[in-house]
Design a protein around this ligand. Structure first.
Ligand code: HEC
Length: 129
C-alpha cells in the first residue's frame, strides 16, 4: 500500500529533523526579540540612549554624587531632574554664581554642546517619568 521507505525509521528521522528545525526557529525568534530595539517603549529607548557625559566623571563627580558614588561638597544629584527644569539647570551650569553669589561651584565655561549633553543627562535623573 505504502512505498517501502515510509517505515517507522523514516518517520522517526523526519520527526527529529522537524524538532531540531523548530528549536532553532524558536531560538532565533527569542534572540531577535531580546536584542531588537523595537521591543523597547519610547521612554525606555530614550533612557537607554542617554549616556553619562564624560565631563561628569572628569569634573562633577568630585563634588556631586550619583547612586552614592562621588563627592559631597555639593548635593547628590540623583533626583535633580525632579527638582529643576532643563532651563534652570542650564542657567545654573552656565554661571552658578549668577544664581547664587557665594556658591562654591565654579563656572566651568562649558561649550554649548557640552551644556546640552549635561542638561539632557541631568534632566533625566528623576524618579517619575
Ligand atoms: C567644586 C565643587 C563642585 C563641582 C566640581 C561641581 N559642583 Fe555643582 N554644585 C556644587 C555646590 C557646592 C552646589 C550647591 C550650591 C551651593 O550651595 O553653592 C552645587 C550645585 C549644583 C546643582 C544644583 C543642585 C541643587 O540641588 O540645587 C547642579 C545641577 C550642579 N551643581 C551640577 C554640577 C555639574 C553638572 C557639575 C560638573 C560640570 C558640577 N555641578 C560640578 C559644587 C560643585
Amino acid at each position: 500500500m505504502f512505498p517501502k521507505f515510509l517505515n517507522f525509521k523514516f518517520f522517526s528521522l523526519l520527526t527529529l529533523i522537524l524538532l531540531i528545525g523548530l528549536t532553532i526557529f524558536f531560538f532565533e525568534i527569542k534572540k531577535k526579540a531580546s536584542t531588537s530595539p523595537s521591543t523597547l517603549s519610547p521612554i525606555e529607548k530614550e533612557l537607554t540612549s542617554i549616556k553619562k557625559p564624560q565631563i561628569w566623571d572628569q569634573v562633577c563627580i568630585h563634588c556631586h554624587s550619583l547612586g552614592g558614588e562621588g563627592g559631597d561638597t555639593g548635593p547628590a544629584l540623583d533626583l535633580v531632574g525632579d527638582k529643576y527644569s532643563p532651563e534652570y539647570i542650564a542657567s545654573w551650569l552656565k554661571d552658578p554664581s549668577k544664581i547664587k553669589h557665594d556658591t562654591l561651584m565654579p563656572n566651568f565655561e562649558l561649550k554649548d554642546s557640552e551644556l546640552i549633553e549635561m542638561v539632557t543627562f541631568l534632566t533625566h535623573l528623576k524618579k517619575t517619568i
